[in-house]
Design a protein around this ligand. Structure first.
Ligand SMILES: Cc1cc2nc3c(=O)[nH]c(=O)nc-3n(C[C@H](O)[C@H](O)[C@H](O)COP(=O)(O)O)c2cc1C
Length: 199
């Protein structure tokens, strides 16, 4: 598989991609080709989507760009404010690390879900956006990339949405670190048998 090929990667079985996908936050210092990101986003729109509401809103933050620097500072600020229990210099180091992780990610995406006309549609929309994110993650595997889904520090600052230009009504689904993996984490899953009833 040649992930740098502009026409995209060769075929990967769905099951192989599902099993090979791991959450990764440590990446090689190697840029993510724009073509890979475009193919991931194209896969996102093919998520099942009741009523075809197209509820996903993605923000791609260029490495080295002004917006990346702004949200990295927000992540640092939130982390500092919410780790008052840590002694110095640990508190400052933890906050700096949150900023640095965001700055150094080869590619970085925020995913939001728009609300529907009622609670039911809002819930359906959120589900569709989650699936669109998983579509992106599976295509990332096919591209030789890995992603790390976060609902933690990079997502917590109250000014994040306003800074990005997200509507206040949108629900944040996650922040995604993306790049060529520098590590291959081990996977753990319980057997499905204990969680299924064949009736
Ligand atoms: C909705 C959602 C939110 C997540 N948020 C975080 C997070 O904030 N920090 C983190 O380290 N991992 C986060 N993860 C990744 C999970 O921890 C990860 O999927 C789990 O450990 C299983 O590992 P695997 O994805 O490599 O199979 C999140 C995953 C999902 C689906």
């Amino acid at each position: 598989m040649d992930s740098m090929n502009e026409t995209g990667p060769g075929p990967v079985s769905v099951l192989d991609a599902i099993r090979a996908r791991r959450s990764v936050r440590e990446f090689l210092d190697k840029p993510v080709p724009r073509g890979s990101l475009e193919r991931m986003l194209d896969a996102a729109r093919w998520a099942p989507n009741h009523r075809l509401t197209f509820p996903w809103r993605f923000f791609l933050l260029e490495k080295g760009g002004e917006m990346r620097a702004r949200v990295a500072s927000l992540s640092r600020e939130w982390t500092f404010e919410n780790n008052a229990q840590l002694p110095e210099p640990k508190r400052t180091q933890t906050a700096d690390a949150a900023r640095h992780e965001l700055l150094k990610a080869p590619a970085f995406i925020y995913a939001y879900s728009v609300p529907g006309a009622n609670e039911e549609v809002t819930r359906e929309n959120y589900a569709a956006v989650c699936i669109s994110c998983q579509n992106m993650q599976l295509v990332a595997v096919a591209e030789g990339l890995s992603m790390g889904w976060s609902t933690g520090r990079p997502t917590r600052h109250q000014d994040l949405g306003k800074t990005l230009g997200a509507d206040p009504s949108w629900q944040l689904v996650g922040a995604f670190f993306i790049g060529y993996p520098a590590v291959q984490p081990k996977a753990q899953r319980a057997e499905i048998t204990g969680h299924v009833s064949w009736l």
